[in-house]
Structures are given as C-alpha cells and as structure tokens.
Design a binder for this molecule. Structure first.
Ligand code: UN1
Length: 503
C-alpha cells in the first residue's frame, strides 16, 4: 500500500494533510509526508466549550445505547485495520505487523467497552437506620482530555475513548506532535461511526487538538476538563500531574518504565529467549513496556546470552513496511542521540556493549536505524535507573532470587516485570506482596504486549494510573452515594439526638 492509497482509504484529503504549519515526517526515510494545521489558543477554547456542550447532551443517552456507538467504531476499525495499521507504520515507524496489532488492540477495547456499557455497576449497601437504603451510582464526569505519545499513536487513544464514551463523557485528544496524521484518521473514523449512529449523538463528541507542548498545557490547565489521561515520559507526567492536582482535577498517568525480566535456572530457555527478544528489540525498544533489563541466573547465563547475541547479530532491520523486517527505525534524531548517550554512560560504567551503532545511513540519510544494543553489566554496576526509549538491553547475572527481585524493584519506575521459571514456588513468590513492585508482573511471558482485558499501568514514577480493562472505566466516572429513607421518621445516623419537638 502506498501513501496515496493509505490516505484515500482513511479519507485523508489534501485539506486535512496539506498547507498547515506542523510538518509531519516519516521516520522510515525522514521525508515530509504532510503539513497539518495547528489549533490556535482560541480554537482550543472553542473546542473545550464544544466538548462541554456535547457532554451535557451525551450524558443523558442510556449507557447501552452509548455502547452502540463504540460497537460501530469497532466495526469500522475492522474494515480499516490494514490502512490504519499501515499509517501507524508510516508515521511512527513500527513494523506493519505491530501496526496491525495496535489496531487490533483498538478493536478489542471497543468490544470490551460495548459489554461494559451494560455493566456500570454500583453497590447497594445496608443502612444502619430502619427503612433506609444506600446505593452507589456511577455518573459521567465531563470532557476527558487524552494526551498520547508517538509510540502507540492510536491504541492508547482508543483505550481512553472507548471507555470514556460509554461512561457518558466527551473526549478531547491531544496526540503527539510527531503523530498527528493517525489522530486525524481516527477522528474521521469516529465521525463516520457517529453518522451511522444517528441523530441522538451530539456534535463534537470527540475532538482532536493538533500542536506542540503549549496545546497540551492549555488542555491540562482547563478546569472545564475534569479528567486528564496522559501517557508519556515521567518528566512530562510530573508536570501534568502537579498541574491537574492543583486545580483538583483527576489525572490518569501512564509514564515511563524500566522493565525487567528474571530468568531462573529452571526456565524454559526457548520461551525466555523469545520473550526477551520481542520485548527488547520489538518496536525498536520504543514501548513503555519494552524489556530494558534482564537478570539471568549464573547457571543459564552463557547459554541464554549466547543465543541472544547471535539473534542480535542476525535480526533484520530496515523499512518497517517490508514484511521480512523485525526492527524499524527510531522515531527521530533526538531518540538516536539519547541512545548513544546512554551507551557511552554504560561503557563508562564498565558495561560491555554489543551493537547500538547507526546503520543504513547511505540509504536513509535522514532516518535513524540502529542495531539493537545488548550491554553486559558484568557485576560492576548493579542497576540502571534511567529509561532510554531505544533498544538497549542491560544484562545482569544473579545467583540469589531474593536479591534479583530486589534489584529489579530498585528503580524509580514500576510498570512491567516478568519471571521465567518452571519452579512454582519462585513463580508464586514473584507475584506475592514481597515480590515484584510493578503494575504488571508476568510469569513465563515477557514484559511487553499486554492484552487489553487487564488494567494497564504501573506504580512509582510510572504514575499509578490504570487504563483499558478490568475496572479502569471507573476513572472516567464520579461515584455518587445516595441514602434513601422510605419511612415517616427521620432518624439521624450515629444515633444522634437532635430534639426540637418543643420549639
Ligand atoms: C505503551 O507503550 O504506551 O503492553 C503501551 C504493551 C502494549 C501497550 C504498550 N499493549 O506492550
């Protein structure tokens, strides 16, 4: 599929993708593929006001009917999976298979949300007073602000939007300035679903804000947007979280990871290898769940590391739309520079670096392809505290599991973690209260590639938010407790007497 076909299938017209101030470059070859219009301050204000108007109408539509809109969205995504998957590859550089996988995550969350639309359950609670009942209701919140990153340019939007919509909210989306095209394409698909849905949906239910940092800042500062869901670096999240807290808004933060895998002596090394390899080099190391560190038991160290080094030397790197390629480019020059800086520091600290160098420079002078790097830390440094958004895998040797878990946890981030073991005691220990401290703790599965059905997110500098499955829908709703009296008395709670009968 060429660019023209992709644009055509996604209904991206010249007026959508040309003549704007924000240039969009494909990381595949660095070429400019579009120039999109940036929202002005006034336009952002208008869109926020529009979102409030849309919310006031949408909240009155019964939730199962709201689910119908998300069902239509899921159907359209099925139809457009190949084109949108290809645009994801083109705009953020992940291989086509992973572009398709990302769209599949969107379809999956739509299916999930359709069912959830009939299950916005609250509790009933017994009252301490006679002839009284207590109930909990979950009510819509208002416009939901979604700030997403370049590396999952569409799936993260869909996790938030599918749930926010069935919960009765409107959505305002600020995508990464590196990936506005996929956002514009999603908005078009959403609008198509709205047309099919019928006239009981308001205009402006889902709007996109295009621009750089200041656009996001305006959204974050607005008291008219009660929830901000932000995905990106911990540095970004620290600013967003603080600003939203200051105005007593609610934030859902999904930030950096420093994900580790422990490989125990009993591990099935074949699946451990596969989990590590996909987690470390897949998406060119640009997932928040990418495997950044491994702790390998001394007994299996040589065998596993030998296998990994061999695979690192063989892996096909290049155009992500070529089906034989497993690793595409880094997003841009900054990402490349950050990777090189991290490798210099690793070598200075005694790490032995294999790979990491830039390749295909002659063919793609404006793009940044790298060999994934494997860094053996050889016991001289016992940990790596920083997340570098690039394919660098730090390798540590361990002998004592307790110590390996402690080192795994001893970083500021707490997103994803895994152990490969066939020892049930080790497996259960890893997921107990003194095991992994991460939001995700897998056994015999790598750190990346989570299904949408579970709650996704992590602790510490990962921000504490949870998105997608389980009960993550509750973050898009407010809880209302209601006590109802069906007697002719008014007894006070806690047995308080307040006698004014002689007044
Ligand atoms: C991200 O990198 O921000 O678990 C999200 C995974 C994907 C989502 C990653 N399902 O790797």
């Amino acid at each position: 599929m060429n660019i023209k076909d992709i644009f055509e299938q996604l209904d991206l017209r010249d007026s959508d993708v040309q003549g704007g101030e924000l240039a969009v470059h494909s990381p595949i070859d660095g070429a400019q593929i579009a120039a999109v219009k940036v929202d002005s301050k006034e336009q952002i204000d208008t869109k926020i006001n529009n979102a409030q108007t849309a919310f006031k109408q949408w909240r009155n539509i019964p939730a199962p009917r709201r689910g119908e809109l998300v069902r239509l969205l899921g159907n359209l995504l099925r139809e457009k999976k190949e084109a949108l998957g290809a645009l994801v590859s083109l705009e953020c550089g992940k291989i086509y298979q992973e572009g398709l996988g990302e769209v599949q995550e969107m379809i999956d969350i739509c299916d999930f949300a359709v069912g959830q639309a009939r299950q916005l359950y609250g509790l009933t609670i017994v009252s301490e007073r006679p002839s009284h009942k207590m109930r909990e209701y979950w009510q819509p919140m208002g416009p939901i602000g979604v700030i997403s990153a370049f590396n999952f340019p569409v799936a993260v939007w869909s996790w938030n939007t599918a749930l926010a919509i069935i919960c009765g909210n409107s959505v305002i989306w600020k995508p990464s300035e590196k990936t506005p095209l996929t956002a514009i394409a999603c908005q078009k698909i959403f609008e198509q679903a709205l047309t099919q849905f019928g006239s009981d949906a308001p205009d402006n239910l889902m709007q996109v804000l295009i621009g750089e940092r200041e656009v996001g800042e305006q959204l974050v500062a607005s008291t008219k947007v009660p929830v901000i869901s932000a995905t990106g670096s911990s540095a970004m999240g620290r600013i967003v979280g603080t600003q939203v807290a200051q105005r007593f808004g609610r934030s859902l933060l999904e930030l950096g990871g420093n994900n580790a895998i422990i490989v125990a002596p009993s591990a099935d090394l074949s699946i451990a290898f596969q989990g590590i390899f996909f987690g470390a080099v897949g998406t060119c190391g640009q997932r928040c769940t990418s495997t950044r560190r491994i702790f390998v038991h001394a007994d299996v160290y040589d065998e596993l590391i030998g296998k990994l080094k061999h695979a690192y030397g063989q892996v096909k790197i290049g155009d992500p739309l070529d089906e034989n390629v497993l690793v595409g480019p880094l997003i841009d020059q900054d990402a490349y520079n950050n990777m090189q800086d991290a490798l210099i520091i690793a070598a200075r600290n005694g790490g032995e670096v294999v790979g990491g160098e830039r390749i295909l420079q002659d063919q793609y002078p404006e793009a940044y392809y790298v060999k994934p790097a494997l860094v053996e830390m050889l016991g001289r440094v016992d940990n790596v505290q920083e997340e570098t958004f690039a394919p660098i895998l730090y390798v540590f040797k361990y002998t004592d599991l307790e110590e390996a878990i402690e080192r795994q946890n001893d970083v500021p981030q707490g997103l994803s973690s895994a152990i490969f073991t066939t020892n049930v005691l080790e497996a259960e220990h890893f997921t107990c209260e003194s095991g992994s401290d991460c939001g995700i703790a897998n056994v015999n599965i790598g750190t990346s590639g989570a299904e949408i059905g579970g709650a996704f997110g992590g602790e510490k500098e990962t921000g504490g938010g949870r998105e997608s499955g389980s009960d993550a829908w509750k973050v898009y709703m407010r809880r209302m407790t209601s006590t109802l009296n069906y007697s002719k008395e008014l007894p006070l709670a806690q047995g308080i007497k307040f006698d004014f009968s002689d007044l």
